[in-house]
Design a protein around this ligand. Structure first.
Ligand SMILES: [Zn+2]
Length: 373
């Protein structure tokens, strides 16, 4: 299992959260991988769950490309509808355990052919997400990804596959994959197809490449949110634009350390972006690949970047307000979420957060009812 770098205070564990950026194929349970490997006849880098978790945890990648290489191992296990449905269902159960009330999982259906059609892959994942949602109450939706490293026509097909399932839980189109040398504007038509069909758009940018990549995502691809956006700090005018236009950033702190975009969580620019009024959210990217949960990421933001209870509530609110839910569903979710945030603020006021932080040791975690201030 994941070993925590910081003791996690109850107020962080109980804070209601929403996750906007998590890759399905980067978030498998190691125990499940063992079983899927038998079914798939696939080889794994270790023979027990602990070994698999260690082998898949990307701490030694030199760059984003090496990080992405790990996905070949998980993708080999996800070449059946049953496997996709299972990992989608389990992801919702796992994020719900982090007090996550809403999750947008993402994956690229083209990576699951010819074992099934791309539409079948989407349906299998949607089915698993729905099962997880019914069982946990955590609302789960899907983002379909194109990949920068594949041909533009594949991205266009992914946008159409996404549109076809828009009424069943697909909320957006995304472009993922190696950023350097693979400009987003080459995939602009896919984003156009999504936009014309009324589908939301987000785009990985400003992670493996600099500010120009973010500008392309916004101007050529009409992205409404930016996946990462870590490197916008290199262009003050872009920071100002992202602030002024209130473009939400899907920040993934630990993942950025693993891909060497930042040297250490303590120097991640998300603190500065938050302080300057940008709309930041905090996400895992890959629970397995990054060896973290969303609770861990919020705890890292607290311990390494000084986000206090009010700041983390504001981050959680940013995520809840910038989901791709629509209409009555969106209103109902936001009502519930805001109520829960108010209750959390009453239980853990900012001026008493230090007391709450101190109430964290193994005994307190084993008896959560004893640690309320
Ligand atoms: Zn990502």
């Amino acid at each position: 299992m994941v070993s925590r770098m910081h003791p996690v205070p109850a107020w962080i564990r109980e804070l209601p959260k929403a996750e906007l950026h998590v890759h399905l194929d980067g978030s498998l349970r190691p125990e499940t991988m063992l079983e899927l490997a038998v079914d798939a006849g696939a080889a794994l880098p270790a023979s027990d769950a602990r070994g698999i978790a260690a082998a898949l945890l990307v701490r030694d990648a030199r760059n984003l490309e090496e990080y992405l290489d790990r996905y070949r191992i998980t993708l080999a296990l996800l070449q059946s509808r049953d496997a996709l449905r299972r990992v989608a269902r389990e992801l919702v159960h796992d994020v719900a355990a982090d007090s996550t009330r809403y999750v947008e999982a993402r994956f690229c259906p083209a990576l699951h052919t010819p074992a099934m059609t791309e539409a079948e892959a989407v349906d299998a994942v949607l089915e698993g997400l729905r099962e997880g949602e019914v069982a946990t109450g955590c609302v789960a939706r899907l983002i379909v990804c194109g990949l920068r490293t594949l041909q533009a026509d594949v991205s266009e097909r992914m946008a159409r596959v996404a549109l076809d399932a828009a009424s069943r839980g697909v909320v957006a189109f995304d472009l993922a994959g190696a950023e350097a040398g693979h400009p987003a504007k080459e995939h602009a038509r896919a984003f156009e197809i999504a936009r014309e069909g009324g589908l939301h758009r987000t785009c990985h940018a400003g992670e493996g490449y600099g500010p120009a990549s973010v500008t392309q995502a916004l101007d050529d691809c009409h992205a409404e949110r930016i996946g990462h956006g870590t490197r916008i700090a290199e262009d003050p005018a872009l920071v100002e634009r992202v602030r002024r236009e209130r473009i939400p950033l899907e920040v993934c702190v630990t993942s950025n350390v693993h891909t060497r975009v930042v040297a250490d969580p303590a120097v991640h620019p998300v603190r500065r972006y938050h302080d300057e009024g940008l709309v930041v959210t905090i996400n895992t990217d890959g629970r397995l690949m990054d060896g973290i949960t969303l609770v861990d990421e919020y705890a890292t933001a607290h311990a390494s970047l000084g986000f206090d209870a009010d700041a983390l509530r504001s981050v959680a609110r940013n995520a809840a307000r910038n989901t791709f839910l629509a209409g009555a569903e969106r209103e109902a979710f936001l009502d519930r979420f805001e109520n829960e945030l108010d209750e959390h603020a009453a239980r853990y006021p900012a001026d008493r957060e230090h007391d709450a932080t101190l109430a964290t040791d193994d005994a307190a975690q084993a008896h959560p009812e004893t640690e309320r201030p």
